[in-house]
Design a protein around this ligand. Structure first.
Ligand code: ZN
Ligand code: ZN
Length: 392
């Protein structure tokens, strides 16, 4: 039996591939497309209904198509080869092309291959899917995937004791135990959570991910105009968030603990650029240093001249960071005397300088340090960040 009689094609496939094959009769299935190309209006309906059922908002989209139906894939290959088909419209491509055109025309959306807000996945298999509304396309289903939404802003942290991001309970490692009231979290509130709990329902998303331009310790305030961050919403159904409303809601519900400002939508490239400190970025800190012995005016002069600091990874973070030595520059250091054993240091420096260790010396791991140049043990008893500058 020749291939021309073995395979039967629907009117669509005959027209687009080759007229050499027998046309399917009623109740027969096309060897290439399983008659799906005859029911594209129903596939479109299925996509449309899914989008509306979940209330998915988007402007740009792209369609992906997956055929896990060996007989179809094999027949298509053989048929293309037997007629030396030169076009490049396989079933998947034809479906994507036709349905994209329908979505553009009927829904007014824009096709975008590079950075679509939504990816419409068409899946085809041999076995019918359960609960399908159209018997003619029972072995086809549609999944809608939404790309993450990114919002940039700046946060101020006005009370101590709140970490920037989620921190699993040290006893149960996040599973939930008596120590953490079953939450799995070491701290009830985080900067991430105070923003996320309002943003997530607004965006009808699944999960929040927080990307800060560095982070301050839990006991450190973030003052001035705040620290830049990008907050990511995974699988959002709504993208047109009212950022003024988000800011107002977060700020009024945070009871003065945090404040967010300068919110704007950004694309995913900003997520990494905000995290990487560059040569143009610098930070300003206000640190209180308490000394073992009285501080002389000569000591103050020496402290103000601190410039290049070599820091080995601090003992307190060595369990989670690689042990290495890095060099950081202090651009300016001003000293205000609080009393004979207590100074306030206003430090303008490169990002990445550990301030607590700059003061204590961290058992010789930070060289020089406030302790070493004054030969007087000092500890940082209070630290605030006054400015985090990053390139726009
Ligand atoms: Zn066909
Ligand atoms: Zn726990």
């Amino acid at each position: 039996m020749s291939q021309e009689t073995e395979y039967k094609l629907c009117s669509r496939c005959l027209a687009r591939i080759s007229r050499k094959f027998t046309k399917t009769r009623e109740n027969e299935k096309c060897s290439i497309c399983d008659n799906l190309l005859l029911h594209e209006d129903k596939i479109y309906r299925m996509i449309y209904n899914k989008i509306h059922k979940f209330g998915i908002e988007f402007d740009t989209f792209h369609i992906a198509c997956q055929v896990s139906y060996d007989e179809l894939n094999r027949a298509e290959k053989i048929i293309h080869k037997s007629v030396n088909y030169q076009g490049n419209n396989g079933l998947k491509k034809q479906l994507r092309k036709d349905l994209s055109a329908m979505i553009v025309e009927k829904m007014g959306k824009t096709l975008d291959y590079k950075n679509p807000e939504v990816i419409i996945n068409i899946k085809i298999r041999k076995k019918p899917y359960p609960h399908t509304p159209y018997p003619e396309i029972a072995n086809l289903t549609v999944f809608i995937d939404t790309n993450p939404l990114f919002i940039e802003g700046r946060y101020r942290k006005l009370v101590r004791g709140i970490p920037q991001t989620k921190w699993p309970c040290t006893h149960c490692k996040g599973k939930g135990c008596d120590c953490c009231d079953g939450t799995g979290q070491q701290y009830r509130e985080t900067v991430e959570g105070l923003i996320g709990k309002h943003l997530l329902p607004m965006a009808k998303g699944k999960q929040i991910k927080f990307h800060g331009s560095g982070r301050e310790d839990i006991d450190v305030l973030m003052l001035g105009d705040g620290r830049p961050f990008v907050i990511e919403v995974k699988h959002p159904f709504v993208r047109s968030i009212d950022l003024k409303l988000l800011r107002r809601v977060v700020n009024s519900h945070s009871e003065g603990k945090i404040e967010i400002n300068d919110l704007k939508f950004v694309d995913n490239s900003r997520r990494s650029s905000i995290k990487n400190s560059s040569v143009e970025s610098y930070k300003v800190y206000s640190a209180v240093a308490e000394f073992e012995n009285g501080v002389t005016s000569n000591d103050v002069r020496r402290i103000e001249q601190l410039n290049i600091i070599e820091q080995r990874t601090p003992i307190r973070v060595s369990h989670r960071r690689a042990d290495k030595i890095r060099t950081r520059k202090i651009f300016n250091l001003d000293v205000e005397r609080i009393n004979s054993r207590k100074l306030r240091l206003i430090i303008t420096c490169e990002g990445g300088l550990y301030i607590k260790e700059l003061i204590s010396g961290d058992e010789g791991r930070s060289i020089p340090s406030v302790s070493s140049i004054t030969d007087n043990n000092a500890v940082c008893t209070q630290l605030d960040v006054l400015k985090v500058h990053i390139p726009e």
